[in-house]
Design a binder for this molecule. Sequence first.
Ligand code: DGL
Length: 281
Amino acid sequence: MIGVFDSGSGGLTVMRALEQALPMESFTYLGDHGNAPYGNRSPADIYDLTLRGIERLFGLGCPLVIIACNTAAATGLRQLQQTWLPHAYPQNRVIGVIVPMIEAITGMPWETNVAGLSPADADAGPALHVAVFATRHTVNTGAYVTEIAKRAPALRVSQQACPELARMIDEGASDDDIRPFVQGYVEELLAAHGVPDVCILGCTHYPLIEHLFRAALPSEVRLLTQGDVTATSLRRYLARHPRFSSTAPAATTYLTTGDPQHVSQVAGRFHGRIVQFQKVA
Ligand code: DGL
């Protein structure tokens, strides 16, 4: 069984893509709604909560966990992979949503194809300008800038914090209410950095308002969201590490640290179908 961890409901946009791309796999999704949103917490808090969520999923029989939250992955994934995991759970693995996105832009042709990019884009080198829209916390960590610099130092990266969006999406705000914020963030980015070639929606909440970003951005800009990219990356990961593939019949269990009734009510907006959450023990 594969674990999927998120601070709340945003990770359901990734979960939907994982279920579609890997219909034979079993998943357990854990949303830490009781402590969400993570974006307003201190880095130490986010790290501790993320570790606790991962340990819960390990304890439920998920030796591979995907952190489907940029805020959590940007804060502590590298650190926990390098320091905590090798000592505490040497057989287990934790992966995130940031590196698959960067691989899709900079790396292998088969991944760039899935993301809607051609291999020529990956070769574009210095000419390619990548812009990241994310929570303020993710932007402040600089995780995208650091990871892109490691893999493709010639790429130009700009970032734009969108501090209001995750909260408004959680609250079910209308397109009309959210549109001016998206337009404002896009205008800020364009004014400061010029028109990018590719934009990453670096928050798992943002696929719900992808159409607003699309409308606000110049039409030639390519827009990438994390669901398909993460699913492609996981499929390739499982081919390399078949021991993490499910042996149980395909099914997904949805767990929350919050109120399961309320969480189930809003989950459909993120996942695209009705899902029933249970309270985690
Ligand atoms: N969906 C989370 C992300 O991808 C943001 C929500 C939060 O701050 O908890 O960054």
